[in-house]
Design a protein around this ligand. Structure first.
Ligand SMILES: [Fe+2]
Length: 132
């Protein structure tokens, strides 16, 4: 499976958010690169925990900024974040029970969810950051 390559068109025009997105992508790439490593190893379980924990922190920062900039579609965006919390985070935790290595479905889900979210939702914030 190919790793995610950061492209300039992913930039939402806010340094903190871009840096956080890059860090999340780096973590997903690390998971892809180590998909053969035992899921019960400290390395993989820490990485999965970090993806979930850091993702939640990132959502908080993004939602704080949306409030600060009075983004009119905060509710819709919040629902998208909630969907990841419910599906993605649960998936990350569940994999330990039924798998020896990181399942492809999880990697595909993480890759697709984050790229779609950045491109379809987060990029809608760009105009706010450009105004200031
Ligand atoms: Fe977002």
């Amino acid at each position: 499976m190919n790793q995610i390559e950061w492209k300039e068109e992913y930039s939402v025009g806010h340094n903190v958010i871009d840096a956080q997105h890059k860090r999340i992508i780096r973590m997903i790439n690390e998971l892809i690169a180590n998909q053969e490593v035992s899921i019960h190893s400290e390395f993989i379980s820490d990485l999965l925990n970090d993806i979930v924990k850091y993702g939640m922190e990132h959502f908080m920062v993004e939602e704080m900024l949306m409030k600060e900039y009075e983004y009119p579609f905060l509710d819709e965006h919040h629902k998208e974040h909630l969907q990841f919390k419910l599906n993605g985070a649960v998936m990350c935790k569940k994999v330990f029970d039924n798998n020896e290595t990181v399942p492809r479905e999880l990697l595909e889900y993480l890759k697709k969810w984050w790229l779609d979210h950045i491109l379809k939702e987060d990029l809608k914030l760009k105009y706010l950051f450009e105004k200031k």
